[in-house]
Write a protein that binds this ligand. Structure first.
Ligand code: NAP
Ligand code: MG
Length: 483
């Protein structure tokens, strides 16, 4: 066991016009460590005046930023990626402390992926180009790809740095200015990212980071007439409200919302691999993953074996201090999520699902919840329908392909899906039939900066990452020239 050293100094103030500043009204709120329930630091809490200052700086700097030669913009954005990697340990330790994610995961996955988002978009921005379109001999018609102007990114608390990178990188790559509002419980790595942006010497004002409350500064961002777009990742209920509140200013919206993703084990799968995959699909990041494989469908013939093996694996998972570099399982991110997870576990028990692992909090300090597996789950049960966003797996049985597809698609959500089988044809048939924005075959939870990501149905609309994510941050202009 080795507890890594957490940075003693880190930014806690708002990032506006290239500087770290107090909130205009000097308000702060406390960010907590969910493993200890201790206060980490008071964080500046943005309000209306701070948002107006950020918008004014963005308005001023965005045209200059968009006018830079793409090669120059690219090299500045690439530099942000380099700065992130230089400070990999600080990012990983702050993220572990602020969010409850294990240090090793942050260090090995979140931080390099966040850096790669900047490098990927730094690369592809130079391919942003228009078309020439043959119309008739007397006309020369071409299109231009232009930035939207000022865009906002509003992020959740489950992958704080990665989500911040996912919003900022494509927006600035396309020549926009961006105002980022990180989730209230996890502001620290978004602010450290602001230091990297400062170090990369972007024009001041191109990026602002405004920690604060969703219901206050978040709401004001959504209603602000000058922001052209919002890229939101969060719950479906807040997303729906945002669509309404953004309607009067006709903002372009990208909605990455909740999920209740089906993961399927066919009897012909490599069972050991499938069980390990199903375990990671639900318990990775303590179930606080929008794509978590929270509904597991197992073919009748192998059902009992899979449930038994999964339960045994879940029972062996122990929570520990996320700053311990051997930690593989942390606490729920915050008290509210902790209470929600326990409430759903009680609903599972009450509605008659069979508890085969976990089922309670772990320890008596911090927001740890034992990895929980319910078998004999019926489709109408609460734990089979609602997003829990915690380490709770609902296992159901199936006996034929048609029945499976019907059950898998019987959800209001459609974010992701997994399937484990050795039959190539079955895998592809299922991938086509399932209503989801991502399908993993014999794997789960793979992501790459280059691969588009987003949901079907109540999981949202629009796509982030990849070329689609870059194009979403632009608008097209058609120019007609009489010859
Ligand atoms: P949330 O409550 O919807 O909050 C998300 C963000 O929106 C936070 O920054 C929040 O600020 C802000 N917000 C809240 N009310 C707002 C309002 N009226 N106007 C503007 N902003 C507002 O979600 P969460 O609890 O942070 O995250 C969990 C949810 O995110 C889950 O449902 C999960 O499935 C979803 N998620 C989806 C994806 C995906 O890619 N599809 C990825 C990760 C998470 P405060 O923190 O200050 O409330
Ligand atoms: Mg925190």
């Amino acid at each position: 066991m080795a507890i890594v050293e957490a940075p003693k100094q880190f930014p806690t103030r708002l990032f506006i016009a290239g500087e770290f500043v107090d909130a205009a009204d000097k308000r702060t709120y406390d960010s907590l460590n969910p493993a200890t329930e201790d206060v980490i630091a008071p964080i500046a809490c943005a309000g209306k005046a701070d948002l107006e200052a950020a918008v004014a700086a963005a308005r001023k700097s965005q045209p200059e930023w968009a006018a830079l030669p793409p090669a120059r913009r690219s090299s500045l954005i690439w530099k942000i990626g380099d700065e992130i990697m230089k400070r990999r340990h600080e990012f990983a330790a702050l993220e572990a402390m602020d969010s409850g994610k294990p240090y090793k995961e942050c260090h090995d996955i979140d931080v390099p992926m966040a850096a790669d988002h900047f490098k990927y978009f730094a690369g592809v921005l130079r391919s942003l180009q228009g078309d020439t379109i043959p119309v008739n001999d007397n006309l020369f018609v071409y299109t231009l790809r232009e930035p939207l102007g000022i865009v906002a990114g509003i992020t959740p608390w489950n992958f704080p740095l990665l989500m911040a990178a996912r919003k900022v990188a494509p927006a600035i790559a396309a020549g926009n200015a961006v105002i980022l509002k990180p989730a209230n419980p996890t502001p620290l790595t978004a602010l450290l990212l602001a230091e990297c942006i400062q170090a990369a010497k972007l024009p001041p004002g191109v990026v602002a980071v405004l920690p604060g409350k969703g219901s206050e500064v978040g709401q004001l961002i959504v209603e602000h007439p000058e922001s052209a777009a919002i890229s939101f990742t969060g719950s479906t209920s807040v997303g729906v409200k945002m669509v309404r509140d953004a309607a009067p200013s006709l903002k372009k919206l990208t909605m990455e919302l909740g999920g209740k993703s089906p993961n399927v084990v066919f009897a012909d799968a490599d069972i050991e691999t499938a069980v390990k995959g199903a375990q990671a699909a639900i318990f990775y990041n303590k179930g606080e993953v929008c794509t978590a494989g929270s509904r597991l469908f197992v073919e009748e013939k192998v059902h009992d074996e899979v449930v038994e093996k999964l339960a045994a694996r879940a029972a062996k998972m122990k929570g520990s201090n996320p700053l311990d570099d051997e930690c593989r399982y942390g606490p729920q991110n915050n008290k509210q999520q902790f209470d929600t997870t326990l409430k759903y576990i009680e609903a599972g028990k009450k509605e008659g699902a069979r508890l085969v692992a976990g089922g309670a909090r772990m320890g008596d300090k911090g927001y740890f919840v034992a990895p929980t597996v319910f078998a004999d789950v019926k489709p109408e049960m609460t734990i089979a329908r609602e997003e829990i966003f915690g380490p709770v797996l609902a296992v159901q049985k199936f006996s034929g392909f048609e029945e499976l597809v019907e059950k898998a698609n019987a959800s209001e959500y459609g974010l992701a899906a997994g399937v484990w089988t050795r039959d190539v044809s079955k895998a592809h048939k299922y991938a086509k039939a399932v209503k989801a924005g991502a399908v993993w075959v014999n794997c789960y939870n793979w992501y790459d900066s280059a691969v588009p990501y987003g949901g079907y149905k109540a999981s949202g609309y629009g796509r982030e990452m990849g070329l689609q994510g870059l194009l979403a941050m632009t608008q097209s202009k058609s120019v007609w020239v009489q010859l």
